[in-house]
Write a protein that binds this ligand. Structure first.
Ligand code: SAH
Length: 369
């Protein structure tokens, strides 16, 4: 199988070109075709010689993701189900807001972190995505938009744990934020969400300028370890100490995501402990009322309970927002992504449609809406 040209670094592409006596700047020309014009064939690359286009086509493939399915929510949110080359499936969610068009993308097929309240966890980890597969979600969704509509923000908050796929995620962020020959997003418009892998968080802040969001979800190690097994490896004290020490620029804050699970993590004591934990951290809190999914044992607090907790946090001087669920009618909201195709949407969540490579059933036509 030919190598996917999108997974070559600029340096790798430059040296391939140098071996053929081509100037280095051709690398950026090719990258612009791939990442700015979303070319799907080398024939389109009209500023390259026919000879070079042929050599490229002989040596490389240009990847694409197949849209297996897309669903539009009553609130305008669109969920895309993509099939990868080896048959695994991932999801991306396009979220229109008044002034923004945010795309939520996946970093892994499935997830191995096992958070108790998350649908993706039920899949287990199938595999890491290549940088090209992370970027292709943006390119393919962009292709479905009318010319005047552009994605303005990207959030790495879909399926999987981006920092558990550090190298490929970093390459993908590099491509997203490369203005010369990448997608050209400002780092301010890119956010990465993590369960809290401490060493990788430090590296990420060293190596990029993207916004950081941390899934906190509890105020004691006892509860957090029950909800998020990763807490046994990186407990609260260590995670918060890491956050406190990060060189976050003055104008920026770390977002702490906090899923509200009825009767589990939103008591007055929790509010008090959360305020104490986050004192001295440049923080804003994003409360996410639990989004139900089949097989989940949790429920969402009432509106009154949510407001009480929000007000208690605000009274401690914390900056706090409640995230409105988007696309929950199409199972596109936070924590509902499980690459579930139509059959599984109707309730049979044990038959998840993430197929193993080589599975014959995969060759049957997918329902394209
Ligand atoms: N692995 C990363 C990226 C996923 S982001 C992370 O955990 O941060 C998705 C966000 O939605 C995380 O904060 C996650 O904890 C949260 N979430 C997961 N399941 C949820 C659910 N059922 N309802 C609401 N939020 C959920």
């Amino acid at each position: 199988m030919k190598a996917n040209i999108k997974d070559l670094s600029r340096e790798e592409l430059e040296s391939w070109l140098a071996e053929r006596g081509e100037p280095r700047y051709r690398a950026d020309q090719i990258r612009r075709w791939l990442f700015q014009k979303a070319a799907v064939s080398f024939d389109e690359m009209s500023n390259l010689s026919a000879k070079l286009r042929e050599a490229l086509a002989a040596g490389f493939a240009i990847s694409r993701l197949r849209v297996a399915r897309s669903d539009r929510s009553a609130d305008g949110t669109v969920k895309f189900l993509f099939t990868l080359d080896d048959g695994y499936e991932i999801e991306s969610v396009l979220i229109p807001e008044t002034k923004r068009l945010t795309l939520c993308i996946s970093a892994q097929a499935g997830c191995g972190l096992g958070c108790a309240f998350c649908a993706t966890a039920q899949l287990g980890l199938n595999r890491n995505l290549a940088a090209s597969e992370i970027i292709d979600q943006i390119l393919e969704v962009s292709r479905t938009l009318p010319p005047e509509r552009r994605i303005t923000h990207v959030v790495l908050m879909g399926m999987g744990e981006p920092l558990a796929n550090y190298q490929q995620t970093l390459r993908a962020i590099g491509l997203m934020t490369d203005v010369d020959s990448g997608l050209g997003f400002s780092s301010r418009r890119v956010t990465l969400s993590t369960v809290g892998l401490v060493p990788q968080i430090k590296k990420l802040i060293d190596e990029t300028q993207v916004n950081l969001a941390i899934s906190l979800h509890a105020t004691t190690d006892e509860v957090r370890s029950r909800l998020m097994p990763i807490n046994r490896k990186y407990p609260l004290a260590e995670l918060i100490a890491c956050c406190r020490a990060l060189p976050i620029p003055k104008r920026k804050r770390i977002t702490f995501e906090y899923v509200l699970l009825r009767g589990v993590n939103h008591s007055a004591e929790d509010a008090k402990r959360l305020a104490r934990l986050l004192s001295g951290v440049r923080a804003k809190i994003n409360l996410i009322p639990f989004n139900p999914h089949a097989g989940s044992e949790f429920t969402r607090p009432t509106q009154a309970e949510i407001e009480t907790f929000q007000n208690q946090l605000a009274a401690y001087g914390l900056q706090v927002n409640v995230r409105r669920p988007r696309g929950d009618d199409i199972h596109a909201a936070c924590g509902q992504l499980m690459a579930a195709n139509s059959e599984t949407m109707s309730g049979d969540f044990t038959r998840i449609s993430t197929r193993k490579p080589g599975d014959e059933s995969h060759s049957s036509p997918v329902n394209h809406h």
